[in-house]
Design a protein around this ligand. Structure first.
Ligand SMILES: NC(=O)c1ccc[n+]([C@@H]2O[C@H](COP(=O)([O-])OP(=O)(O)OC[C@H]3O[C@@H](n4cnc5c(N)ncnc54)[C@H](OP(=O)(O)O)[C@@H]3O)[C@@H](O)[C@H]2O)c1
Length: 266
């Protein structure tokens, strides 16, 4: 137990490049991706906090609308340009000879619509599926040529809703169910090149998104959560993601991990 080299107690993601979408409201060199211009200040503040950590991880901020067909490739191209530019400023972020390699992709950006079946229109469908499903497919595809040759990680942030039956949330829940299937298929496809693909499915966590979920659904989930009948925290979910992103996740792929305090549907 005293051999810290057998696991990762200190800087498990040191030197790696991680892209985290939907990072405006919430490790390694970190690329924080967001979409709303109003989120820029939050992302800059988060980048400062990351730089202030003992390891002083270099950070990049990238604005891209993942609901568009061009947004995902724009994100990767923009990040690549920033990465290369940093190599020439001598700040140690990247070495000119060092290729642009993505070690970790966290598909976290997501959105939800609360709308009953009888009122769903194509705009509602597009709003949810363009970000939660198509955006994840196109971003992972755009990242593919740059994924590390060994040990790259793709982490999709799902939801316990994927396996639940919440009224008025069929678009959101079904989009998260699609992520679970994408996770299993990509694990099968990419495993040969050493990439692990997993899905972390949180239960309710306080956020702007949760504020829009009907209160009776959230209260029901809390009441059915074995661990202390409470909401999860961002940190509790982030630690699950970090564990799967590090070496301790080497032999885990194609899995859906529920980060929900043991919520009943799992
Ligand atoms: N909170 C929960 O209870 C809960 C539970 C289960 C699963 N989840 C999942 O956890 C993830 C994060 O949720 P959250 O609670 O942090 O949600 P949130 O507070 O609503 O934040 C959503 C994030 O996604 C980004 N985003 C939305 N649309 C985008 C687009 N078109 N292009 C690029 N980025 C976009 C937002 O960027 P801007 O700020 O720039 O708009 C923001 O950073 C989501 O996938 C969500 O489904 C959350």
């Amino acid at each position: 137990m005293s051999d810290s080299s057998s696991s990762e107690f200190r800087l498990p993601l040191e030197g790696k490049l991680a892209i985290i979408t939907g990072a405006s409201r919430a490790l390694a060199r970190v690329a924080l991706a967001y979409t709303s211009p109003s989120s820029e200040a939050q992302v800059r503040a988060l980048a400062e906090r990351i730089r202030a950590l003992p390891y002083a991880a270099p950070t990049f901020a990238v604005q891209a609308d993942l609901s568009t067909t061009e947004g995902p490739s724009h994100l990767i191209m923009n990040l690549q340009a920033q990465f290369r530019a940093a190599a020439h400023t001598g700040d140690g972020v990247a070495h000119p000879q060092r290729p642009f390699v993505i070690d970790i992709l966290v598909n976290n950006a997501g959105c939800e619509r609360v709308v009953p079946l009888g009122q769903i229109d194509v705009a509602d469908y597009n709003e949810v599926y363009d970000v939660n499903v198509r955006g994840v497919i196109l971003l992972t595809q755009a990242a593919l040529p740059y994924l590390a040759a060994t040990g790259a990680r793709v982490l999709n942030i799902g939801s316990v809703g994927a396996r639940a039956g919440f009224k008025d949330l069929s678009l959101y829940c079904s989009s998260k169910a699609a992520l679970e299937a994408l996770t299993r298929c990509w694990a099968a496809e990419l495993g040969r090149r050493g990439v692990t693909v997993n899905c972390v499915s949180p239960g309710p966590v306080q956020s702007a998104m949760l504020d829009k979920i009907p209160a009776d659904i959230v209260e029901m989930q809390k009441a059915q959560t074995p661990i202390q009948n409470r909401l999860g925290t961002i940190e509790e979910v982030a630690r699950v993601v970090a564990a799967l992103a590090g070496r301790d996740g080497d032999w885990i792929s194609g899995q859906v991990v529920s980060a929900s305090g043991g919520w009943a549907m799992y």
